[in-house]
Design a protein around this ligand. Structure first.
Ligand code: GSH
Length: 319
Protein backbone atom coordinates (compact mmCIF):
# COMPACT_ATOMS: atom_id res chain seq x y z
CA UNK A 1 0.00 0.00 0.00
CA UNK A 2 1.33 3.49 -0.90
CA UNK A 3 2.17 5.72 2.10
CA UNK A 4 -0.30 8.57 2.75
CA UNK A 5 0.45 11.63 0.60
CA UNK A 6 0.97 13.86 3.67
CA UNK A 7 3.79 11.53 4.76
CA UNK A 8 5.39 11.68 1.29
CA UNK A 9 5.16 15.50 1.31
CA UNK A 10 6.77 15.71 4.75
CA UNK A 11 9.54 13.29 3.77
CA UNK A 12 10.25 15.29 0.60
CA UNK A 13 10.45 18.56 2.54
CA UNK A 14 12.79 17.05 5.08
CA UNK A 15 14.93 15.46 2.40
CA UNK A 16 15.18 18.71 0.44
CA UNK A 17 16.14 20.60 3.61
CA UNK A 18 18.83 18.03 4.35
CA UNK A 19 20.10 18.30 0.75
CA UNK A 20 20.43 22.08 1.14
CA UNK A 21 22.49 21.56 4.32
CA UNK A 22 24.77 19.12 2.50
CA UNK A 23 25.13 21.50 -0.46
CA UNK A 24 26.37 24.10 2.04
CA UNK A 25 29.36 21.78 2.59
CA UNK A 26 30.30 22.10 -1.11
CA UNK A 27 30.39 25.89 -1.00
CA UNK A 28 28.39 28.98 -0.06
CA UNK A 29 25.38 30.31 -2.00
CA UNK A 30 23.72 33.75 -2.07
CA UNK A 31 20.07 34.41 -1.18
CA UNK A 32 18.99 33.55 -4.77
CA UNK A 33 20.66 30.13 -4.64
CA UNK A 34 23.63 31.08 -6.86
CA UNK A 35 26.85 29.27 -5.92
CA UNK A 36 29.61 31.66 -4.80
CA UNK A 37 33.18 30.34 -4.89
CA UNK A 38 34.86 31.13 -1.55
CA UNK A 39 38.15 33.10 -1.58
CA UNK A 40 41.40 31.24 -0.94
CA UNK A 41 44.72 31.87 0.82
CA UNK A 42 48.01 32.89 -0.89
CA UNK A 43 46.08 34.50 -3.75
CA UNK A 44 48.29 37.54 -4.54
CA UNK A 45 50.73 37.47 -7.48
CA UNK A 46 54.23 37.71 -5.94
CA UNK A 47 57.36 38.88 -7.78
CA UNK A 48 59.31 36.16 -9.54
CA UNK A 49 61.39 34.43 -6.81
CA UNK A 50 65.10 35.30 -7.03
CA UNK A 51 65.96 31.58 -7.07
CA UNK A 52 63.35 30.73 -9.74
CA UNK A 53 65.99 29.23 -12.04
CA UNK A 54 67.54 27.04 -9.32
CA UNK A 55 67.32 23.34 -10.20
CA UNK A 56 64.43 21.72 -8.30
CA UNK A 57 63.98 24.86 -6.19
CA UNK A 58 60.17 24.84 -6.35
CA UNK A 59 57.37 22.29 -6.29
CA UNK A 60 54.04 22.48 -8.13
CA UNK A 61 51.42 20.54 -6.17
CA UNK A 62 48.40 19.34 -8.17
CA UNK A 63 45.47 16.97 -7.85
CA UNK A 64 44.54 15.03 -11.00
CA UNK A 65 40.82 15.77 -10.93
CA UNK A 66 41.05 19.51 -10.21
CA UNK A 67 40.54 21.74 -13.29
CA UNK A 68 42.19 24.72 -11.53
CA UNK A 69 45.30 22.62 -10.90
CA UNK A 70 45.09 21.31 -14.47
CA UNK A 71 45.67 24.79 -15.94
CA UNK A 72 48.86 25.24 -13.91
CA UNK A 73 49.98 21.72 -14.82
CA UNK A 74 49.45 22.59 -18.51
CA UNK A 75 51.63 25.72 -18.35
CA UNK A 76 54.30 23.73 -16.47
CA UNK A 77 54.17 21.03 -19.14
CA UNK A 78 53.90 23.25 -22.26
CA UNK A 79 56.81 25.42 -21.07
CA UNK A 80 58.77 22.35 -19.87
CA UNK A 81 59.55 23.78 -16.45
CA UNK A 82 60.49 20.39 -14.95
CA UNK A 83 64.17 21.25 -14.31
CA UNK A 84 63.35 24.08 -11.87
CA UNK A 85 59.89 23.03 -10.64
CA UNK A 86 59.11 19.45 -9.73
CA UNK A 87 55.56 18.17 -9.97
CA UNK A 88 53.91 16.54 -6.96
CA UNK A 89 50.50 14.86 -7.24
CA UNK A 90 48.32 14.74 -4.11
CA UNK A 91 45.51 12.23 -3.70
CA UNK A 92 42.01 13.04 -2.45
CA UNK A 93 40.62 11.59 0.76
CA UNK A 94 36.92 11.94 -0.12
CA UNK A 95 35.66 10.86 3.32
CA UNK A 96 37.63 13.60 5.08
CA UNK A 97 37.33 16.01 2.12
CA UNK A 98 41.03 16.85 1.96
CA UNK A 99 44.15 16.35 -0.14
CA UNK A 100 46.87 13.97 1.14
CA UNK A 101 50.52 13.51 0.19
CA UNK A 102 51.34 10.01 -1.01
CA UNK A 103 54.59 10.25 1.00
CA UNK A 104 55.21 12.81 3.74
CA UNK A 105 56.25 16.12 2.16
CA UNK A 106 58.21 18.62 4.29
CA UNK A 107 57.01 16.65 7.32
CA UNK A 108 53.33 17.01 6.32
CA UNK A 109 50.90 14.22 5.47
CA UNK A 110 48.05 16.48 4.33
CA UNK A 111 47.94 19.61 2.22
CA UNK A 112 46.12 21.35 5.09
CA UNK A 113 49.21 20.85 7.29
CA UNK A 114 51.40 22.48 4.62
CA UNK A 115 49.01 25.46 4.51
CA UNK A 116 49.18 25.77 8.32
CA UNK A 117 52.98 25.55 8.29
CA UNK A 118 53.06 28.27 5.64
CA UNK A 119 51.04 30.59 7.88
CA UNK A 120 47.49 30.20 6.51
CA UNK A 121 44.57 30.91 8.83
CA UNK A 122 43.21 27.81 10.55
CA UNK A 123 39.95 28.24 8.62
CA UNK A 124 41.62 28.58 5.18
CA UNK A 125 40.69 26.03 2.52
CA UNK A 126 43.68 23.92 1.52
CA UNK A 127 43.25 23.91 -2.26
CA UNK A 128 45.32 22.82 -5.24
CA UNK A 129 47.21 24.05 -7.19
CA UNK A 130 50.05 25.18 -4.91
CA UNK A 131 53.50 26.52 -5.80
CA UNK A 132 55.91 25.80 -2.94
CA UNK A 133 59.41 27.22 -2.41
CA UNK A 134 61.94 24.73 -1.03
CA UNK A 135 64.39 27.46 0.05
CA UNK A 136 61.74 29.62 1.79
CA UNK A 137 59.84 26.55 3.04
CA UNK A 138 56.55 28.23 2.31
CA UNK A 139 53.70 28.37 -0.18
CA UNK A 140 54.43 31.05 -2.78
CA UNK A 141 51.00 31.14 -4.47
CA UNK A 142 47.88 29.00 -4.62
CA UNK A 143 45.48 30.93 -6.85
CA UNK A 144 45.49 29.33 -10.28
CA UNK A 145 44.61 32.44 -12.31
CA UNK A 146 47.71 34.20 -10.92
CA UNK A 147 49.83 31.05 -10.85
CA UNK A 148 49.60 30.54 -14.63
CA UNK A 149 50.79 34.14 -15.08
CA UNK A 150 53.75 33.53 -12.76
CA UNK A 151 54.61 30.24 -14.50
CA UNK A 152 54.43 32.00 -17.87
CA UNK A 153 57.17 34.39 -16.67
CA UNK A 154 59.25 31.61 -15.11
CA UNK A 155 62.81 31.55 -16.53
CA UNK A 156 64.22 28.69 -18.56
CA UNK A 157 61.57 28.47 -21.28
CA UNK A 158 60.93 30.31 -24.53
CA UNK A 159 57.22 29.63 -25.17
CA UNK A 160 55.28 32.88 -24.47
CA UNK A 161 51.66 32.31 -23.49
CA UNK A 162 50.82 36.02 -23.16
CA UNK A 163 51.74 37.12 -26.72
CA UNK A 164 51.86 40.93 -26.76
CA UNK A 165 50.00 41.25 -30.07
CA UNK A 166 47.03 39.36 -28.60
CA UNK A 167 47.08 40.85 -25.09
CA UNK A 168 43.67 42.55 -25.21
CA UNK A 169 41.87 39.55 -26.69
CA UNK A 170 43.59 37.13 -24.27
CA UNK A 171 42.48 39.23 -21.28
CA UNK A 172 38.90 39.57 -22.56
CA UNK A 173 38.53 35.84 -23.16
CA UNK A 174 40.20 34.90 -19.88
CA UNK A 175 37.83 37.08 -17.87
CA UNK A 176 34.76 35.74 -19.65
CA UNK A 177 35.93 32.12 -19.44
CA UNK A 178 36.79 32.31 -15.73
CA UNK A 179 33.27 33.39 -14.82
CA UNK A 180 31.03 31.81 -17.45
CA UNK A 181 32.84 28.58 -18.22
CA UNK A 182 35.45 27.59 -15.59
CA UNK A 183 33.33 28.66 -12.64
CA UNK A 184 30.17 28.46 -14.78
CA UNK A 185 30.02 24.66 -14.81
CA UNK A 186 30.27 24.70 -10.99
CA UNK A 187 27.53 27.33 -10.80
CA UNK A 188 25.34 24.95 -12.84
CA UNK A 189 26.15 21.92 -10.69
CA UNK A 190 26.08 23.66 -7.31
CA UNK A 191 22.96 25.80 -7.99
CA UNK A 192 20.39 25.58 -5.20
CA UNK A 193 17.39 26.69 -7.30
CA UNK A 194 16.10 26.28 -10.86
CA UNK A 195 16.55 30.02 -11.54
CA UNK A 196 20.18 29.94 -10.36
CA UNK A 197 20.86 26.92 -12.59
CA UNK A 198 19.10 28.56 -15.58
CA UNK A 199 21.22 31.70 -15.26
CA UNK A 200 24.52 29.81 -15.04
CA UNK A 201 23.59 27.39 -17.82
CA UNK A 202 22.55 30.18 -20.22
CA UNK A 203 25.83 32.06 -19.62
CA UNK A 204 27.85 28.87 -20.09
CA UNK A 205 26.30 27.92 -23.43
CA UNK A 206 26.17 31.53 -24.69
CA UNK A 207 29.93 31.62 -24.18
CA UNK A 208 30.52 28.22 -25.79
CA UNK A 209 28.43 29.39 -28.78
CA UNK A 210 30.49 32.61 -28.99
CA UNK A 211 33.74 30.61 -28.84
CA UNK A 212 32.55 28.31 -31.60
CA UNK A 213 31.52 31.22 -33.82
CA UNK A 214 34.84 33.01 -33.27
CA UNK A 215 36.91 29.91 -34.00
CA UNK A 216 34.80 29.10 -37.07
CA UNK A 217 35.55 32.60 -38.41
CA UNK A 218 39.31 32.02 -37.98
CA UNK A 219 39.99 28.41 -39.04
CA UNK A 220 43.10 26.86 -37.51
CA UNK A 221 43.58 29.78 -35.13
CA UNK A 222 43.81 29.69 -31.35
CA UNK A 223 41.37 31.50 -29.09
CA UNK A 224 42.87 34.96 -28.88
CA UNK A 225 44.68 34.95 -32.23
CA UNK A 226 47.21 33.00 -34.29
CA UNK A 227 49.39 32.14 -31.27
CA UNK A 228 48.52 29.85 -28.36
CA UNK A 229 47.78 31.80 -25.16
CA UNK A 230 46.64 31.50 -21.55
CA UNK A 231 43.06 31.84 -22.86
CA UNK A 232 43.46 28.43 -24.52
CA UNK A 233 45.09 27.02 -21.41
CA UNK A 234 42.16 27.97 -19.14
CA UNK A 235 39.50 26.68 -21.53
CA UNK A 236 40.96 23.21 -21.97
CA UNK A 237 40.55 21.72 -18.45
CA UNK A 238 36.83 22.55 -18.44
CA UNK A 239 36.15 21.50 -22.02
CA UNK A 240 37.96 18.16 -21.76
CA UNK A 241 35.78 17.24 -18.74
CA UNK A 242 32.50 18.21 -20.45
CA UNK A 243 31.13 14.82 -21.58
CA UNK A 244 32.88 12.87 -18.82
CA UNK A 245 31.82 14.91 -15.78
CA UNK A 246 30.09 18.25 -16.28
CA UNK A 247 27.30 17.11 -18.63
CA UNK A 248 26.22 14.06 -16.59
CA UNK A 249 26.90 15.44 -13.08
CA UNK A 250 26.41 19.22 -13.32
CA UNK A 251 23.63 19.27 -15.96
CA UNK A 252 25.68 21.01 -18.69
CA UNK A 253 23.65 19.27 -21.35
CA UNK A 254 22.07 21.86 -23.68
CA UNK A 255 24.40 20.92 -26.54
CA UNK A 256 27.04 18.28 -27.13
CA UNK A 257 30.41 19.40 -28.40
CA UNK A 258 29.71 17.82 -31.79
CA UNK A 259 27.14 20.59 -32.29
CA UNK A 260 29.96 23.11 -31.84
CA UNK A 261 32.35 21.74 -34.49
CA UNK A 262 34.95 24.53 -34.44
CA UNK A 263 35.23 24.16 -30.68
CA UNK A 264 35.49 20.37 -30.96
CA UNK A 265 38.27 20.86 -33.51
CA UNK A 266 40.03 23.34 -31.18
CA UNK A 267 39.91 20.75 -28.37
CA UNK A 268 41.42 18.11 -30.67
CA UNK A 269 44.26 20.47 -31.66
CA UNK A 270 44.98 21.47 -28.07
CA UNK A 271 45.02 17.84 -26.90
CA UNK A 272 47.55 17.04 -29.65
CA UNK A 273 50.07 19.58 -28.26
CA UNK A 274 53.14 17.92 -26.81
CA UNK A 275 52.68 16.71 -23.24
CA UNK A 276 48.98 17.59 -22.91
CA UNK A 277 47.90 13.93 -22.87
CA UNK A 278 50.16 13.37 -19.82
CA UNK A 279 48.01 15.83 -17.84
CA UNK A 280 44.71 14.03 -18.57
CA UNK A 281 43.41 11.41 -16.13
CA UNK A 282 39.80 10.65 -17.11
CA UNK A 283 39.40 7.72 -14.68
CA UNK A 284 40.59 9.87 -11.74
CA UNK A 285 38.33 12.76 -12.83
CA UNK A 286 35.25 10.57 -12.90
CA UNK A 287 36.12 8.65 -9.72
CA UNK A 288 36.77 11.85 -7.75
CA UNK A 289 33.81 13.91 -8.95
CA UNK A 290 31.18 11.16 -8.83
CA UNK A 291 32.62 9.71 -5.63
CA UNK A 292 33.25 12.90 -3.65
CA UNK A 293 30.28 15.14 -4.44
CA UNK A 294 27.82 13.20 -2.28
CA UNK A 295 24.90 15.69 -2.41
CA UNK A 296 24.93 15.51 -6.23
CA UNK A 297 25.44 11.75 -6.45
CA UNK A 298 24.40 10.05 -3.18
CA UNK A 299 24.66 6.56 -4.67
CA UNK A 300 28.36 7.02 -5.46
CA UNK A 301 27.76 5.20 -8.75
CA UNK A 302 30.18 6.26 -11.50
CA UNK A 303 28.35 6.16 -14.85
CA UNK A 304 29.93 4.72 -17.98
CA UNK A 305 31.64 7.18 -20.30
CA UNK A 306 33.20 7.19 -23.76
CA UNK A 307 36.98 6.68 -23.78
CA UNK A 308 38.86 9.98 -23.90
CA UNK A 309 40.50 8.89 -27.16
CA UNK A 310 37.12 9.06 -28.93
CA UNK A 311 36.56 12.65 -27.77
CA UNK A 312 39.85 13.90 -29.15
CA UNK A 313 40.15 11.70 -32.24
CA UNK A 314 40.50 13.43 -35.59
CA UNK A 315 37.71 13.40 -38.18
CA UNK A 316 37.32 10.03 -39.92
CA UNK A 317 39.61 9.72 -42.92
CA UNK A 318 37.84 9.95 -46.28
CA UNK A 319 37.30 6.52 -47.85
N1 GSH B 1 40.80 29.67 -6.34
C1 GSH B 1 41.40 28.43 -6.45
C2 GSH B 1 40.38 27.30 -6.37
C3 GSH B 1 41.02 25.96 -6.44
C4 GSH B 1 40.06 24.88 -5.92
O1 GSH B 1 38.89 25.15 -5.60
N2 GSH B 1 40.59 23.64 -5.84
C5 GSH B 1 39.79 22.56 -5.31
C6 GSH B 1 39.90 21.30 -6.14
S1 GSH B 1 39.16 21.49 -7.72
C7 GSH B 1 40.32 22.17 -3.94
O2 GSH B 1 41.51 21.96 -3.77
N3 GSH B 1 39.44 22.07 -2.95
C8 GSH B 1 39.77 21.62 -1.63
C9 GSH B 1 38.97 22.34 -0.57
O3 GSH B 1 38.15 23.20 -0.90
O4 GSH B 1 39.18 22.00 0.60
C10 GSH B 1 42.21 28.39 -7.72
O5 GSH B 1 41.68 28.68 -8.80
O6 GSH B 1 43.38 28.09 -7.63
Amino acid sequence: MAPPSSLVRTARCLWHWQWLQLMGGLGPADAQGNYRRPPGAFDQLPPLPTDAAAPDGHVLIVGRSCPWAHRAWLVWSLRQLGPSISLLVVEPDPKAGRWCFQQAFEGCSTLAELYQRSGAAATARATVPVLYSRSQQTIVLSESARLIELLNRWPGATLELEPAAQAASTTTWRERLQHSVNDGVYRCGFARTQAAYDRAEAELFDTLDALDADLAAHPGSWLSGPALSLADVVLFPTLIRLELVYAPLFGCTRRTLWQLPALADWRRRFYALQGVDQTCWPEAWRRDYFGALFPLNPSGIVPAAPPLSTLVAGPAAAP
